[in-house]
Design a protein around this ligand. Structure first.
Ligand code: AMP
Ligand code: GLY
Length: 417
């Protein structure tokens, strides 16, 4: 039996755990906080830092490690694991820069598919900042920290920044902190997520997913880690043509080659592309070096190939066709009242009425005396499946309403599908 150590404790890792156990592995989990869903699936769990190599548990007898989130990639944990002679599903620190450094990503895209980049500049001084402002106009700008910010560092003029002073203040604060800031043209259009398995030289694509990042209905409010997502039974999106899909795949295939060239090491793991369909064509918003959360739930819940076998093929460099059921999926995230603000309701108990039909994935919750409690972050992902998006949506919302406590959710996930 394959023994796998899984790093991470969010709903993303809960979904990976379900899929790995379903494909017959014996699961070991190392988490910073005990995720009750993962704990129930694991032979053994350990609690400790997932970003400090010294905290990684004994790897003796482990066939491979699956790295769930991006933070351990950024801190070099995947390199540490490989240096111990244990294979890792998750890229090296250098290849992972496609997510952990926004400037690295824009440069790789420039070197491979420049048409997929918005106009941008890697600004290293106030002069650079002013030059770009004059070039494209402050009202058309997006400011991005170079490093990881949990999806909350990107600020867009007209949404999070309303004057030149505000934009400059934010950009200068990032410049001062890290020596550079990525400034981009504000793109307009509709977004989609394309995730792939990567074995270093080949990508195998998963169904397209649409993610809803804004806190409130009608795509209003601040960005969150995401409030929900959907995918269709035909694995495409109503607003994308076959050509759009091919373009996105071509861009990602070129990126895989570009990463190897620039980082000097091949990318193995999960390569996640977030795109926008604009009037000027398909553009890359960002890349991630891991599964999306919640997008992972949409794809793994309908994957008919064995995740364990796919992981072995990622490690061996022998990926081949991966199969997914022709089912639609809708994921609704249940979050504590007040999320994502400062007045968020923490340590409040959640009850789940019995009789549901959906898969539930635990995100940031903990268990005490058999009861589930919220923390300050997203609580539970409810994943409904069906022959159509509207069927999947109906099921997801039926079960969302079974979750009781001081929680809320968006009511319009997949409504525009
Ligand atoms: P990111 O952390 O790069 O995914 O950015 C978070 C969100 O900001 C994305 O989901 C987009 O909605 C938005 N965003 C990022 N970059 C741009 C851009 N160049 N133009 C318009 N919106 C953007
Ligand atoms: N759902 C977006 C992300 O995982 O980054």
């Amino acid at each position: 039996m394959t023994r796998v150590l899984l790093l991470g404790n969010g709903a993303r890792e809960h979904a990976v755990a379900v899929s790995l156990v379903h494909s017959g592995v014996e699961l070991y989990a190392h988490m910073e906080q005990r995720n009750p869903g993962i704990a129930h699936l694991s032979k053994k769990i350990t609690i400790g830092s997932i970003t400090d190599p010294k905290s990684i548990p004994e790897l003796y007898g482990i066939d491979y490690v699956f790295v769930g989130p991006e933070a351990p990639l950024a801190s070099g944990v995947s390199d540490f694991i490989m240096s111990q002679g244990v294979p890792c599903v998750g890229p090296s620190q250098a290849a992972g820069m496609i997510e952990t450094s926004k400037s690295f990503a824009r440069i790789v895209i420039d070197q491979t598919t420049p048409q997929a980049n918005p106009r941008y500049i890697i600004a290293r001084s106030l002069d650079d900042l002013r030059k770009f402002e004059n070039q494209i106009g402050v009202e058309n700008m997006v400011v991005k920290p170079n490093g990881l910010t949990g999806g909350k560092g990107v600020k867009i003029f007209g949404e999070h920044l309303s004057t030149r002073e505000e934009l400059e203040k934010y950009a200068i604060s990032l410049l001062t902190k890290t020596g550079l800031v990525v400034l981009e043209e504000k793109l307009q259009g509709i977004e989609f997520t394309l995730q792939s398995f990567a074995d270093g030289s080949r990508l195998e694509f998963m169904p397209i997913v649409r993610d809803y990042k804004r806190a409130y209905d009608g795509d209003k409010g601040p960005n969150t880690g995401s409030m929900g997502s959907y995918s269709t039974s035909t694995h495409d999106m109503p607003y994308l043509t076959a050509e759009d899909l091919e373009t996105a795949k071509t861009i990602m295939n070129a990126t895989l080659v570009g990463i190897k060239k620039k980082a000097g090491t091949a990318f193995k793991g999960i390569l996640y592309g977030q795109f926008m369909k604009t009037q000027a064509g398909i553009k890359v918003i960002e890349y991630n070096a891991r599964f999306g959360d919640p997008e992972v739930m949409n794809v793994l819940s309908i994957m008919s190939s064995s995740l364990d076998e796919v992981c072995h093929r990622i490690i061996d460099g022998s990926l081949n066709k991966i199969k997914f059921e022709n089912e639609a999926t809708v994921c609704v995230y249940v979050v504590p009242e007040g999320y994502p603000g400062t007045e968020v309701i923490k340590d409040s108990s959640i009850a789940i009425d019995p009789g549901g039909t959906c898969e539930l994935y635990y995100a940031s919750v903990y268990e005490k005396e058999g009861q589930i409690f919220t923390t300050g972050s997203r609580a539970i992902g409810v994943l409904g499946k069906g022959n159509t998006v509207s069927e999947a949506r109906k099921r997801a919302y039926e079960d969302t309403r079974r979750i009781r406590g001081r929680v809320r959710y968006r009511r319009d996930i997949a409504l525009d599908a």
